[in-house]
Design a protein around this ligand. Structure first.
Ligand SMILES: C=C(O[C@@H]1C=C(C(=O)O)C=C[C@H]1O)C(=O)O
Length: 286
């Protein structure tokens, strides 16, 4: 029987997915986070990297791989609230229908500050929507990364490490993962690789994912160069963006995930992680 994967294939997943060769009997489709969330829940796919909040909401039926994540400790650069003026004064914020996680995170951060602006779905570029009367625009993924650089750039690696500006052209960029870090001191997990509990991935897919990730992280400069070309961004900026991610769902990431779960989905079922890496290593005989 075929095992179907669904990949959110934003640039931030390139270090895992670019070198992946699907084993025999595994197929894959790609889409934006909300599409992959829905595809996993309806059974259109069997495994997907989904918005972590959807994994939490459906913890009764889903399980996640124990060692795969898209997470950061501090800024992420691609989950951004673009706004004019202070966050406290924002009346109307445009959300993107592509994302579940950033919306849930924004809600947690607004509640924390006692703010309740109007949240509406609206697609398009942040700058255009701001010109049309929105006070804030939430964007994620590659387009958010490009718009962030368009606002705060240009700069190079020399600027990236010591200090990154947050404003440009009258627009402020609030990085939601950085706000989460200020609030909790913990990593923020955007995505996990989830599957229905009764339908775990075949070991061959898992070991290939781990091989592809080792390869991707071992050649990050090359991965960054290729994607910088596609994105139209400087290679050192994309390399910094990718280098900054935490792809292994380590203990600190799980603490961040649990803290987010408690704040965003009170009363959720216990989070479950299956298929420990050592099992795979033993099966592979290495
Ligand atoms: C950090 C990001 O993470 C993604 C954001 C998601 C969301 O907002 O629902 C889901 C999966 C993540 O891979 C991003 O794409 O900018």
């Amino acid at each position: 029987m075929t095992y179907r994967a669904g990949w959110i294939h934003y640039t931030n997943v390139a270090p895992i997915l670019d070198a992946l060769t699907l084993p025999p009997g595994v197929t894959a489709i790609t889409g934006v986070p909300t599409q992959m969330n829905a595809a996993l829940l309806t059974g259109e796919v069997d495994i997907a990297n989904i918005s972590a909040v959807e994994f939490i909401r459906h913890a009764d039926t889903l399980e996640a791989l124990p060692d795969f994540s898209v997470a950061v400790l501090g800024p992420v650069y691609s989950v951004n609230l673009f706004h004019r003026g202070p966050v406290e004064g924002l009346g109307r914020i445009a959300l993107t229908a592509q994302s579940a996680m950033s919306v849930a995170l924004l809600e947690v951060l607004l509640r924390e500050r006692g703010l309740s602006p109007t949240l509406e779905r609206a697609e398009g570029e942040a700058e255009t929507l701001l010109a049309q009367g929105f006070d804030g625009v939430l964007r994620i993924g590659d387009s958010a990364l490009k718009e962030w650089y368009g606002v705060v750039g240009p700069f190079t690696e020399q600027t990236i490490v010591p200090e990154i500006p947050q404003t440009g052209r009258g627009i402020t960029v609030t990085d939601l993962a950085e706000e989460w870090f200020y609030l909790t001191g913990r990593p923020f997990v955007f995505a996990v690789w989830a599957y229905r509990k009764d339908n775990p991935p075949p070991p061959a897919l898992l070991s290939e994912m781990r091989r592809a990730r080792r390869h991707g992280l071992g050649s990050l400069g090359e991965v960054a160069r290729q994607h910088a070309h596609k994105l139209g961004l400087p290679a050192d900026v994309v390399q910094h963006y990718l280098w900054n991610f935490r792809y292994h769902l380590e203990e600190a990431d799980r603490l961040g995930l649990s803290e987010f779960a408690a704040r965003a989905v009170p009363g959720h079922a216990p989070l479950q992680f299956g298929l420990h890496p050592s099992e795979d290593v033993l099966r592979a005989g290495s």
